[in-house]
Design a binder for this molecule. Structure first.
Ligand code: HEC
Ligand code: HEC
Length: 450
């Protein structure tokens, strides 16, 4: 009697089932270890309190009209709820922010303002969408920044060194042309040094008796106003961010600590996809869902981009700008997905309004890039008082972004997309609210703030 091919196939399937498929079906997911406060830098209560005041105080901006919180607001998931921010020269908060007719901004900001959750975790050694600020032991102060030589010593961490940037950026906080003493210093190329922008900001703090007192209480090195340095200001702001938005009490954290009912069945199905077949955890790895590496995933681009002032194109080549290596073209840092439900819109240019949209982008990146419409964006009133409408990058640029893509498409059913979304929702620490301290009632400068 002839043995039918069907028979062989069933034997093969049986063998396969036992030896090959079984381990996969056993769902041995490689889940991260739960986080604890020992994974975070240690902060002092007094510094955190002082950092909170500085974070909300417009005194750090050239025209005393914008604070860190304008773009990183606790009511807006520590970001600002729009694709690209209006910085200096704007009025209002979030999607209500419009350009000031009397002092319109030069241009909107080229990248989406990221959320500040969990940046106090020691595993964060690079910051910004392109990681241009990073820990580098070969540097005298252990940090590499594009500012190079003018970089000052005394920053406690990359998070602290980060504060130098928005304060010295004309579009973010410093202001333009001859508007104020800080913008004038920056125009003259004076940022560090005695006459520089950081020193002028520091003098403002030294001249405020309430701040001087608070600094004396916070840092042993400070006996009098003159002792306050720019790095002290940056260090206490970093302490504030690190403590204020530590968000590690989500349903996923409870699940990792052993409470198996903390995730419902849909969230568990989504988690299995995330750490399994959907391949998300190959980049969004570890307890904060990031490998801290850079990947090209064909995110749509628009707006002024990130170019040198003299360039006319509005592209943003991401990590390539930092390393000069063409292999890094259009790579951006894998973002942490903690508190992701609070931080829309998503991507380095804020291209996607909803989690569903950004998940769909991941499962077919090129198709999504090519289908992208500007009407998808979340902006303050478009073209509000003179600010140029953000334009999509050119067709040629879109082809380059597509060519650099390294994210493979993955087949997922609608139900599976739903499950992934429910899992991502379970990464939100709802107990944190706006933060551990929240918004201060007033700030020492007496200036108003959002
Ligand atoms: C006008 C809006 C604006 C203001 C004001 C602003 N930021 Fe930002 N912030 C941004 C944008 C946009 C980025 C991303 C820039 C990039 O990646 O190139 C960013 C990035 C950051 C990051 C890095 C986050 C990460 O995950 O890499 C930190 C930390 C931060 N800002 C803190 C601050 C602090 C502190 C201040 C006040 C001194 C401040 N920001 C003021 C818009 C703003
Ligand atoms: C090849 C690495 C890689 C893989 C695999 C990957 N991602 Fe991403 N993801 C990224 C990078 C890089 C970004 C940011 C890209 C940018 O801004 O240009 C991102 C952004 C996101 C964002 C937006 C976050 C924010 O704050 O803007 C979400 C949500 C997300 N990914 C979820 C997922 C899910 C769900 C999967 C699995 C289906 C997945 N990712 C697979 C690298 C990856």
């Amino acid at each position: 009697m002839m043995i039918k091919p069907k028979f062989y196939i069933s034997i093969l399937l049986m063998v396969g089932n036992c030896f090959l498929l079984q381990p996969l079906l056993a769902e041995q997911l490689l889940l991260p270890k739960p986080l604890s406060s020992s994974d975070f830098i240690i902060t002092k209560k007094e510094s955190v309190k002082l950092g909170q005041l500085l974070f909300f105080d417009p005194i750090l901006s050239g025209n005393k009209n914008i604070s860190c919180a304008t773009c990183h607001h606790p009511d807006l998931g520590t970001a600002d709820g729009v694709s690209l921010s209006i910085g200096e020269g704007g009025i209002g908060l979030g999607d209500k922010r419009v350009s000031d007719v009397n002092n319109p901004p030069d241009q909107i900001i080229g990248r989406n303002a990221p959320a500040l959750f969990n940046l106090g975790a020691k595993q964060f050694t690079s910051l910004f969408h392109d990681g241009r600020l990073e820990v580098d032991e070969s540097q005298a102060n252990g940090i590499r920044t594009p500012l190079g030589q003018s970089m000052m010593m005394g920053f406690n961490s990359v998070l602290s060194a980060q504060a130098m940037f928005p304060i010295a950026s004309p579009d973010e906080m410093a202001g333009h042309y001859n508007e104020n003493e800080i913008s004038i210093a920056i125009r003259k190329g004076q940022v560090a040094g005695k006459e520089g922008a950081w020193n002028i900001v520091t003098q403002r703090i030294q001249n405020n008796p309430e701040y001087v007192n608070l600094f004396k209480q916070s840092l042993a090195t400070i006996k009098q106003a003159d002792d306050i340095k720019f790095t002290d200001i940056a260090n206490v702001i970093a302490d504030f961010i690190a403590m204020e938005w530590q968000a590690i009490d989500s349903p996923f954290d409870a699940y990792l600590k052993g409470n198996k009912t903390a995730l419902n069945t849909k969230a568990q199905a989504g988690m299995k996809l995330f750490y399994g077949r959907a391949g998300c955890s190959s980049c969004h790895s570890g307890a904060l869902q990031t490998d801290h590496q850079f990947h090209a995933i064909a995110m749509p681009q628009f707006g002024p981009g990130k170019t040198a002032r003299f360039e006319t194109s509005n592209h943003d080549t991401g990590r390539l700008r930092v390393t000069g290596n063409v292999k890094d073209a259009y790579k951006f840092r894998t973002p942490s997905l903690r508190n992701i439900t609070l931080t829309a819109p998503y991507g380095h240019s804020g291209a996607f309004k909803t989690l569903k949209e950004v998940i769909r982008h991941h499962i077919d990146p090129i198709k999504s890039l090519k289908a992208f419409q500007m009407s998808n964006l979340v902006f303050p009133a478009p073209n509000a008082n003179n600010t140029r409408d953000p334009q999509l990058v050119s067709q040629k640029e879109i082809e380059k972004i597509a060519g650099a893509n390294a994210l493979n498409p993955v087949e997922l059913t609608e139900k599976e997309i739903d499950h992934l979304e429910v899992f991502l929702q379970a990464l939100t620490d709802k107990k944190l609210g706006g933060g551990h301290l929240g918004k201060p009632k007033s700030v020492p400068s007496g200036l108003t703030f959002d």
